[in-house]
Design a protein around this ligand. Structure first.
Ligand code: PBG
Length: 327
């Protein structure tokens, strides 16, 4: 019953047939574009380890968001980079009504762009020590950090954010944020939880971009051990019980097995974050002529979709959108 009866190549020889039987499709609807916003005016500051990505001031951020919307992208995820002088031990500037992210959200909303404005909720970009929560000695305290994420998330929503995405990996933060939003009448605003976020070496360029590297120690007391898979399923289950609407696996490529398991087990909307180090690998490889950028990007993003991700957060979003065609 095998060859010559069965010839898998029959469906591969024509491009039209390949299109007809293709199992996975990548679309601009699946992509979320992460952006960094800092103080200043007219700033478009290149990030050395993320070639092609910039730190924007609020005005240039709006221009970049308009470009993203024109390309057919539906969502951006904002990361705030406050001035060093504004940072303190508890990250107070993270929930200031006129904080950097809050002003950026309002400016994008005032420009009336057809974009879902998502915000990252975590304190590491706002604390003087670069840790994700309240620190006592060498420890990052869990429960005292929760009300701070809740305040930060609420201030983003009050500024107009359409969705909040907690990335701190403290226990119980999804429930704390959900309760704070509901208590203030924002029960309709969804939460995308960084549920299975690993203590990864692939965040290096992000920490350069955001100036959020920890001043001592590391993030292994709260981010997951790269060796663990079952634990990711427990983390996802907890976040769903606490009210997460979308769950995320991060990074993407080294954890495609986790993306697959989460999608198969829970059947909820799953996002995967193709992180800064993954972007950098492709960009530096393409710049060294070790591969064709367009093919590397589309094959990589396609593999994340094939593994089961409904949504992909990627710095390649505009590049991919230009090739995929929008609207
Ligand atoms: C924490 C946060 C990080 C990233 C997203 N949110 C950095 C970290 O945990 O150290 C990394 C994203 C990337 O590498 O692209 N606020």
């Amino acid at each position: 019953m095998t060859f010559p009866t069965h010839r898998p190549r029959r469906l591969r020889e024509s491009g039209l047939l390949r299109d007809l039987v293709r199992e996975t499709r990548l679309s601009v609807d699946d992509l979320i574009y992460p952006l960094f916003v800092a103080e200043g005016q007219g700033v478009r500051d290149p990030i050395a380890t993320l070639p092609g990505q910039y730190r924007y001031s609020v005005d240039t951020l709006v221009t970049e968001c308009r470009r993203a919307a024109d390309l057919g992208l539906k969502a951006v995820l904002l990361f705030g980079i406050p001035d060093d002088g504004d940072k303190d031990a508890t990250g107070t500037c993270a929930w200031a009504a006129d904080g950097i992210v809050q002003r950026a959200i309002r400016a994008i909303k005032e420009a009336d762009l057809p974009l879902c404005v998502m915000t990252d909720v975590c304190l590491c970009e706002y604390t003087s020590h670069g840790h994700c929560g309240v620190v006592q000695g060498q420890r990052i305290l869990n429960d005292p950090s929760l009300p701070l994420y809740a305040r930060q998330a609420l201030s983003h929503v009050e500024a107009g954010a359409d969705l909040v995405a907690p990335s701190d990996m403290m226990d119980g933060r999804v429930g704390a944020i959900r309760a704070a939003l509901d208590g203030a009448g924002h029960e309709h605003v969804p939460i995308m939880a960084y549920s299975a976020k690993y203590a990864s070496a692939f965040y290096g360029p992000f920490r350069d971009a955001a100036g959020s590297a920890p001043s001592f120690g590391d993030r292994r007391s709260h981010q997951m051990d790269p060796a663990n898979g079952d634990e990711a399923l427990r983390e996802v289950a907890l976040d769903l019980e606490e009210g997460a609407d979308i769950v995320m696996v991060k990074p993407a490529l080294p954890y495609l097995d986790i993306v697959w398991r989460v999608k198969q087990r829970f059947g909820v909307p799953v996002a995967a974050y193709h992180v800064s180090g993954e972007y950098a690998m492709i960009e530096f490889a393409a710049r060294a002529n070790a591969g064709d950028r367009e093919r590397l990007v589309l094959e990589t993003l396609g593999s994340i979709r094939r593994a089961g991700a409904d949504l992909i957060l990627t710095y390649h979003a505009p590049f991919a959108a230009e090739r995929l065609g929008g609207r």
